[in-house]
Write a protein that binds this ligand. Structure first.
Ligand code: ACO
Ligand code: ZN
Length: 178
């Protein structure tokens, strides 16, 4: 049986579909020098784009939940989040801290390698560091790839927001307890 400690100390492993797959990417916190690359990934992957101030502000306020994935010395994807105070998305209790995944994307050539899953898991760790009790996000109701990723990670649909996006599409709010 191949054990993790028999592999190189620098490489992490993923267990995928019963086999072992070498993880070829690395996660690290966003740094200001990554700004243009991350904004480019955001523009390529999503219609919701933001100003450089918006990205830098989230990095400055919540550095533990703004993570990038690097492969071959290139940024392959990012997750950027915000901590908010609000009512539980499950409809009980008073005000709690909630981690909001504002944006996550992985470049097309780096998809289906577990990068988004790893980014979210790292983001969830950061949210727990900030003492958030729930993590939530909005996703287009037709975004099957993202919805199935979130379901796999234990998120459930807690609400539908009609006409949430600027083109009129509805959003699911998906939430996971931390
Ligand atoms: N079809 C079906 N299931 C999928 C797909 C897909 N295209 N992509 C991911 N999944 C599910 C699978 O269960 C997958 O596990 P598997 O590969 O073992 O079957 C699991 O999610 C993990 O997938 P990852 O490899 O970690 O996901 P990836 O790194 O490819 O990134 C992402 C997924 C972020 C949704 C990517 O497709 C992307 O960047 N899309 C465009 C941007 C986007 O939609 N972002 C989310 C918007 S919502 C928001 O930002 C809050
Ligand atoms: Zn949002």
């Amino acid at each position: 049986m191949l054990k993790a400690q028999h592999l190189s100390l620098n490489s992490e492993i993923l267990f995928k579909k019963g086999g072992i797959m070498q993880q070829t990417f690395k996660l690290r916190k966003f740094a200001p020098d990554d700004l243009q690359n991350v904004m480019q990934i955001n523009r390529v992957c999503l219609p919701e784009n933001y100003t450089d101030f918006f990205f830098m502000d989230l990095h400055q306020r919540f550095p533990e939940t703004f993570i990038v994935a690097e492969e071959n010395g290139e940024i392959a994807g990012y997750i950027m989040c915000r901590i908010e105070v609000g009512l539980s998305n499950f409809g009980f209790g008073g005000l709690i801290k909630k981690g909001h995944v504002v944006s996550i994307a992985v470049m097309p050539q780096y998809r289906r390698k577990g990068i988004a899953r790893a980014l979210i898991n790292k983001g969830l760790d950061g949210m727990q560091y900030y003492k958030a009790k729930q993590c939530f996000l909005e996703v287009r109701v037709t975004n099957d790839a993202a919805i199935s990723l979130y379901k796999k990670l234990g998120f459930e649909v807690t609400r539908t927001i009609s006409g949430y996006y600027s083109d009129g599409e509805d959003a699911y709010v998906m939430t996971k307890k931390l």
